[in-house]
Design a protein around this ligand. Sequence first.
Ligand code: ADP
Ligand code: MG
Length: 233
Amino acid sequence: PAVPDTDHHQTRRGEESSSSAHPAEPFSSLPLPPTLQDNLASLGYLTMTPIQAASLPPILDGRDVIGQGKTGSGKTAAFGLGLLSALEVARFQVQALVLCPTRELADQVAEELRRLARMLANVKILSLCGGAPLGPQLNSLSHGAHVVVGTPGRIEEHLRKGSLDLSALGVLVLDEADRMLDMGFQAALYAIVAATPATRQTLLFSATYGDSVRPVAARMLREPVTVEVASTH
Ligand code: ADP
Ligand code: MG
């Protein structure tokens, strides 16, 4: 027998008039740790941008993701929330690496990750970029980190020196992959990937997804989910 219909208001949802064809989704619909949820609210991040709404569910599922979206679409928080929710803070090893084309972009990403991680106790985020002296970086690395953000050339240099260990890496992010390839970082990217476990999750973000990015993605990502967002609204 059918379950008695005790709630006559249930059908109202479908009758609701909506001013928007794609209502903005709140972060609270995601399976994020409560501390990250609280922190997002304190930052005033209430609803997800389209690329966040499309990419975060597969990212939080552990899938490899190719995300294509314009500047300003909110890509940093998309991969940032993914890597932060995968961190085991008690394990003091480099568990996530974000590669960016320039020092300026890496600094911006590190800053946004620190904002997103503010309420997670003791998460160490280290920035390792070319153009900065090696000595302080070697010193910082000797103290350890959970997350490293850097440029491909300098990360490769640390791998050659043995000052950076990526054997416990869980998440690799290629941010602005098209620009990194335009800048000639392809060999460095392959060398870095070779130093990471094959079991890692790989997230590739790019403003464009053309002939330079496609073959690299095919070699570095496993059964990726592709997410494409045309605009920021
Ligand atoms: P992209 O990397 O796609 O160019 P960013 O990740 O740098 O974009 O984000 C652009 C700006 O939007 C940043 O200032 C960021 O703090 C802000 N932002 C990102 N996601 C949200 C959100 N869900 N709600 C409010 N502001 C956001
Ligand atoms: Mg960005």
